[in-house]
Design a protein around this ligand. Structure first.
Ligand SMILES: NC(=O)c1ccc[n+]([C@@H]2O[C@H](COP(=O)([O-])OP(=O)(O)OC[C@H]3O[C@@H](n4cnc5c(N)ncnc54)[C@H](O)[C@@H]3O)[C@@H](O)[C@H]2O)c1
Length: 251
């Protein structure tokens, strides 16, 4: 129960990494706000948490819409009285495109949901965390930004900017006890696992090239680091990016 008594908001918690973090946060004793654009996904994760004996509130939220992000934070504080941990995980996506073919509209799908959504949520959380004497913010970034993965200019630019925003916030808000860190998760997805089951060659390559030889599991591999960063144990860590990827960043 390392997060007992804490209130956490996890955006994009309807599936994947956000869902994994939400479930594990609740198991560690946090009351979790499942903030997710798709209502049925938000409800599904919140129901899972409650069925396991945890506390959860589903709040349909579009992080690409400033008013919706502000409402998410207001609802959290109205229902639970505080906001201790904010995990900015939601990220709008579209298919890969070469840089020269990207349109403004496509670029904005990433930039507005990822960078602006994170910025709005951080700003909205700030007065509550400051008044409480501190808080934790965890922003999801990606190894792709560091290595300039081709076909992902919009995604990479967004994630690189989120990392820079996080470092700045760590410096500006440290004196208020607000710690801001990033997680760059290793590749994980249900689709990824299914793909590897159908493609033994790709599975073999991952096993040979990556130090820990497999994709990540959100609950077992990624969420524990998000728990650490939100818990008392993480009290002297800020401005960091954790590559929780089984060593993939070395390859
Ligand atoms: N999966 C990976 O391999 C991987 C690798 C590196 C980084 N990441 C990052 O981790 C985070 C989570 O990735 P994932 O694979 O779990 O994603 P996912 O697509 O499986 O799930 C994302 C969830 O966010 C929701 N969402 C999308 N746009 C939203 C919006 N505008 N407002 C609110 N909710 C919205 C979706 O409905 C979905 O439920 C993202 O920031 C992603 O960039 C993922």
């Amino acid at each position: 129960m390392r997060l007992a008594g804490k209130v956490a908001v996890v955006t994009g918690a309807g599936q994947g990494i956000g869902r994994g973090i939400a479930l594990v946060y609740a198991r560690e004793g946090a009351a979790v706000v499942v903030a997710e654009r798709r209502e049925h996904r938000a409800r599904r994760t919140a129901d899972e948490i409650r069925a396991a004996g945890g506390t959860a509130l589903a709040v349909t939220t579009d992080v690409a819409d400033r008013a919706s992000v502000l409402a998410m934070v207001e609802r959290t504080v109205a229902d639970f009285g505080r906001l201790d941990v904010l995990v900015n995980n939601a990220q709008g996506m579209h298919e890969h495109r070469p840089l020269e073919d990207l349109t403004d509209e496509q670029f904005d799908v990433f930039l507005v949901s990822g960078l602006k959504g994170t910025f709005w949520a951080m700003q909205a959380a700030f007065p509550h965390m400051k008044a409480a004497g501190g808080g934790r913010i965890i922003n999801m970034v990606s190894l792709n930004a560091l290595v300039g993965a081709p076909g992902l200019a919009d995604y990479n630019a967004t994630k690189g900017a989120i990392q820079a925003l996080s470092r700045t916030a760590a410096r500006e808000w440290g004196r208020h006890g607000i710690l801001v860190n990033c997680i760059a998760p290793g590749a994980t997805s249900k689709r990824g696992q299914e793909f590897l089951e159908r493609n033994p060659d790709a599975a073999r390559r991952i096993a040979e090239e990556r130090p820990l030889g497999r994709l990540a599991d959100p609950e077992a591999d990624l969420a524990p680091v998000a728990v650490f960063l939100a818990s008392d144990d993480g009290h002297f860590v800020t401005g960091q990016t954790y590559f929780v990827d089984g060593g993939a960043h070395l390859t």
